[in-house]
Design a protein. Sequence first.
Length: 208
Amino acid sequence: MDRVVVGCRQQFGSIGRSCPDTVKRSAFGKVPGVLTDTNGRKVVFGTGSAGFVITMKATETTVKRMVVINAPQEAVWNTLVRRGLAVLHLLREDGYKAMQEGSTHVWYDAEDPQQEPRLKTTISVVAAPRRIALMAYVPSTGLPDLPENYTSVDIELATEEDGRTLVTVEQGDFAAYRHGKKLARDAGNGWVEALIRLREHVEHEAAA
């Protein structure tokens, strides 16, 4: 399984964006290093002391992303549940609604709440402090709001041997969508940024 550290800087890119999917594993650890993708571009990584990582998607229409957070599993879970998934994606939800099995959450663009919802989710599993599962519907696809047009999202937390927490997110399958590959790429990029925010929130609170 190829792994690459998040928070990297491509030679022609910007800080804080995900590395290209063509990057192959050359090193893994807590110290800075350099990866080279299949196009020959150098990628600087390892800016964080925790050595947080992602994995590349398993197929072109499914997504898998991972992050290692330098905090106990309970602390990561509490931040995840308290802040909510919408905030991590820089979206807005009207009022506070706890994540409970069967609950529905509608997320809007934080800067333009008058637009159509960006995402509608229904929580299917809440198993503290290790797993949240939900079904997600993207209205912008133009498909009707029916069960067959939802993708599954699975978020799992696990304690590493050194006490840090591994967070894994899987989403898919987008194969039935008209632009499934693009939707999968967009979802993957969104989760990379959301996981970076989660890590920053948790580790900031742990250091306070």
